[in-house]
Design a binder for this molecule. Structure first.
Ligand code: HEM
Length: 492
């Protein structure tokens, strides 16, 4: 009897030790519980409200590289500038996580550019980057579109400010920004009051707030969607994807019907259709489904981040009216009244540019970038990052680190200007990440952030009506500003 009790006790202790053991050299972090690992720490998100704050707090406790386990899945949180730079620049840490959650968007297959890796990703990213260049991104072609879209936005806001006394401003940029994606993908734009596009934007917004960069419970146990589709987030995720799927499927079909192979492609989708029709000697990664995947990537990665940054930029101006005034004075002195700023005014509008950078730093629109994956066992800061571990680079920690920034919690656009008034960007200011995975739309994003923001602040005096929300925003893959309403007065 005694012996069997001892054997059972020893067995239980060995099981406990095996189930809670950290792999050798795995980064420090909270103790694993048997089977579930660290799933218990997610309860803190209810209080903290933001995923990145939980990861930030853990890095303060355990250091710049923290190791966690959610059931069978290892997750590593990286927070210091040195370690984040390493993740972004080392091939073995530049993969993307895979699994059901990341495939829901694309026929449950691994497609697109954002959530693929290896040879497939390299091939498709290269094609996407080259095609964007041919379509004029970073050159006159795209400049013209962005300037036109900014003019249309100002006219629409002038019209709105005459007919409605007060209207929501956090979402005022949504359709204009999606139009820029659509000009690239289809070569066309929508009218700003087009209900089809307004509904589509609302779906993209909601979709981003349902997503959790680590993949969440759905990625760990995809079968859970049959048992509790609502509680695990599956139903909402699919419901918010449906309008995006059906919009793109209809539009791609129309483009295919009208595509003339004898003409030069005038948009990304036509360029892709042309490439699909070519014979490829080796691996042919071009397919209808992959085209669909890249379009979804552009919609999701491009529109939400840019529109939210602009919403935050106006909210910051309402919190810091003196800064807004100084931006207006600078633009007036360079551009003058009755004219909108142009992209070639940008090199002279240095304070305005510094304000946008400071909004990006403080608002942390993409606080965790996009999750990475270790494609093989690798070491970081002396710790083992096991193959297939998900790696989250906490850009929020980087932006709020007082070793990098003087008074990081304060909104001080001057930090990006030197004594001569020239712009200075430290190498750890990386809102678009860095390395081979750096944002594919950085050029379009920077130009549109600048021009939309400068055009609105130059054209209007803006006052918040009702409660001015805090600057923390709403959690999601991309942080969104809390809703706010404004009254606009034309300045000219
Ligand atoms: C203010 C606006 C934007 C911000 C702050 C932003 C930020 C980022 C960040 C942080 C990454 C992740 C890099 C990583 O962690 O691996 C990323 C990737 C990406 N972004 Fe953006 N982005 C913005 C706008 C855009 C636009 C306008 C487009 C499309 C034209 C775009 C397309 C992409 C794509 C396709 C990727 C994935 C690249 C890859 O995996 O190879 N982004 N972006």
């Amino acid at each position: 009897m005694f012996l069997s009790s001892v054997i059972i006790m020893v067995f239980i202790l060995v099981c406990y030790w095996l189930l809670t053991k950290r792999p050798m050299d795995f980064p420090p972090g909270p103790k694993f519980l048997p089977i579930v690992g660290n799933i218990n720490i997610l309860k803190h998100i209810k209080i903290l409200k933001f995923h990145h704050l939980l990861w930030h707090n853990l890095s303060k406790l355990y250091g710049p590289v923290v190791g966690l386990k959610f059931f069978h899945k290892y997750v590593v949180i990286v927070s210091s500038k040195e370690a984040i730079k390493e993740v972004y620049t080392r091939d073995e840490l530049n993969g993307r996580p895979d699994g059901f959650f990341f495939r829901i968007r694309t026929f449950e297959k691994r497609l697109g550019v954002v959530f693929t890796d290896g040879h497939f990703w390299e091939n498709q990213r290269r094609f996407s980057a080259t095609t964007l260049k041919h379509l004029g991104v970073g050159k006159f072609g795209m400049v013209k579109h962005i300037e036109h879209e900014a003019e249309e936005l100002v006219s629409e806001l002038m019209r709105k400010s005459e007919v409605c006394d007060v209207f929501p401003m956090h979402s005022a940029f949504d359709v204009s920004v999606l139009n820029l994606m659509w000009v690239l993908l289809k070569g066309e734009r929508f009218e700003l009051d087009d209900q089809k596009l307004i509904d589509l934007v609302a779906a993209v917004h909601k979709n981003f707030q349902v997503l959790d960069m680590s993949g969440g419970i759905l990625n760990l146990f995809p079968a859970i969607r049959y048992l509790m589709p609502e509680q695990c987030g599956y139903k909402e995720l699919v419901d918010t994807m449906k309008p995006i799927w059906s919009f793109l499927a209809d539009e791609i079909e129309i483009i295919k019907e009208n595509y003339d192979p004898a003409l030069e492609p005038k948009c990304f989708i036509e360029a892709y259709i042309k490439e699909m029709s070519k014979l490829h000697d080796q691996d042919n990664f071009f397919s209808d489904e992959q085209l669909f995947g890249i379009c979804i990537d552009f919609f999701q990665a491009g529109s939400e981040t840019t529109a939210n940054s602009l919403g935050f930029a106006i909210l910051y101006m309402l919190h810091y009216p003196k800064v807004m005034r100084r931006v207006q004075v600078e633009i007036m002195s360079i551009v003058g009244a009755n004219k909108l700023p142009k992209l070639n005014d940008r090199p002279k509008l240095k304070y305005t540019d510094a304000v946008i950078s400071e909004v990006q730093r403080c608002a942390n629109i993409a606080p965790l970038g996009i999750a990475h994956r270790a494609v093989k066992n690798a070491h970081l800061n002396g710790f083992l990052i096991p193959k297939d571990a998900t790696i989250l680079c906490n850009l929020y920690s980087l932006n709020m680190d007082d070793k990098n920034w003087k008074k990081p919690a304060e909104f001080m656009p001057e930090r990006f200007l030197n004594d001569d008034g020239d712009l200075i960007f430290p190498d750890y200011f990386i809102p678009f990440a860095m390395g081979k995975r750096r944002c594919l739309g950085e050029n379009v994003a920077k130009s549109s952030l600048f021009l939309f923001f400068a055009s609105i602040v130059h054209s209007f005096d803006i006052k918040c009506v009702g409660e001015l929300p805090d600057l923390l925003g709403i959690d999601g893959i991309s942080l969104a500003p809390k809703p706010f309403k404004v009254k606009l007065w034309r300045r000219f």
